[in-house]
Design a protein around this ligand. Structure first.
Ligand SMILES: O=C1NC(=O)NC(C(=O)O)N1
Length: 313
């Protein structure tokens, strides 16, 4: 039997595929659709201290090669998601889920984590350090000193399995610097990558930008970013201590894309842009395509090939 199961933070998941935060996870209706799909689990939309309407629309566009978005963290607030996940934990006591959170400062991060500690949440926290779309707010993941300060506070106050959603990096020195910071902490995982921030797509016919916020600037996902995503997954796989596992996100729309992320070292693979386009039935297709590739190569489980990317030297 070809198995696509995986383990993350010592937790078993029947399938290594799940949604990426922000896609099919805004409310109970969307999360129910992921729950009923072939995905191994789900992550909620990044929750902030107070609910947010997000940026003005149009704020999302699917393009032939992917997507651009400037959602601006629209979410129903952490209590909503904790209530929903609590119900799912009761319905499916053997499953574990991901709660994404993002504070606008270190005190907000602490407040969000305290809310989670005070709840019956038994899953994994994904701390989003990389939203590129809140006007005036930097992508924290590019401020290394602040990342270190945040993680220091986080692990003073939170005891459950926790990982960070990182922006894409493009410079080997930055990989080295970030890995040196991340390796100081008992992180369960990192999730590489969030969208490539502040891209621009335009409509030549109307001579206009595609989305309203920030004069059309938004996070880029899809085919455009797969090479960057694979490089980030593999570079951190090479540099991080083995206790910190990797969730691979970016450019996944086929079983081959999933296979490539796993080959680069991912233990779990998230799907964003392609899920937005195809809907939750994509998980059936991706799982079947991955299993076919594994069968053709003689692999029975992910551990047979995870991280075993070959070089040409
Ligand atoms: O972290 C995020 N990444 C994105 O690409 N978009 C969303 C958002 O704008 O809410 N957040």
């Amino acid at each position: 039997m070809i198995s696509t199961e995986t383990t993350l933070a010592g937790i078993h998941f029947d399938n290594c595929l799940m949604n990426a935060a922000g896609v099919y996870c805004y409310d109970a209706d969307e999360l129910n659709q992921i729950q009923k799909s072939a995905a191994g689990t789900f992550v909620t939309k990044s929750a902030t201290v107070v609910p947010r309407a997000g940026n003005p629309e149009p704020r999302y566009l699917s393009t032939p090669w992917g997507s651009i978005n400037s959602m601006g963290l629209p979410n129903k607030g952490l209590p909503y998601y904790l209530d929903y996940v609590s119900q799912q934990q009761t319905l499916f006591p053997e499953k574990r889920y991901f709660q994404s959170i993002t504070g606008f400062n270190i005190d907000e991060d602490e407040a969000l984590l305290k809310q989670i500690t005070d709840s019956d949440f038994n899953g994994l926290v994904e701390l989003n350090l990389s939203c590129p779309n809140v006007p005036g707010k930097p992508q924290t993941g590019y401020d290394f000193e602040t990342v270190e300060q945040i993680l220091t506070r986080v692990f003073e106050v939170y005891e459950g399995p926790l990982g960070v959603k990182l922006p894409p990096y493009f410079d080997i020195v930055h990989f080295d610097q970030m890995a040196a910071i991340l390796n100081q902490f008992p992180l369960a995982f990192i999730n590489s990558v969030n969208s490539i921030g502040n891209g621009l797509t335009i409509d030549a016919a109307t001579e206009r930008v595609s989305i309203k916020p920030k004069h059309g600037f938004g996070g880029i996902g899809g085919d455009y970013i797969k090479p960057t995503a694979l490089a980030n997954v593999h570079t951190f796989y090479q540099r991080l201590k083995p206790e910190i596992q990797i969730i691979g996100t970016g450019g996944v729309k086929s079983g081959q894309d999933v296979f490539e992320h796993l080959l680069c070292g991912a233990s779990m693979v998230q799907v964003g842009t392609a899920l937005h386009k195809e809907g939750p039935q994509i998980f059936d297709r991706l799982t079947a395509e991955l299993q076919t590739i594994m069968q053709q190569k003689g692999y029975n489980k992910i551990a047979d090939f995870k991280g075993k990317l070959k070089y040409l030297d």
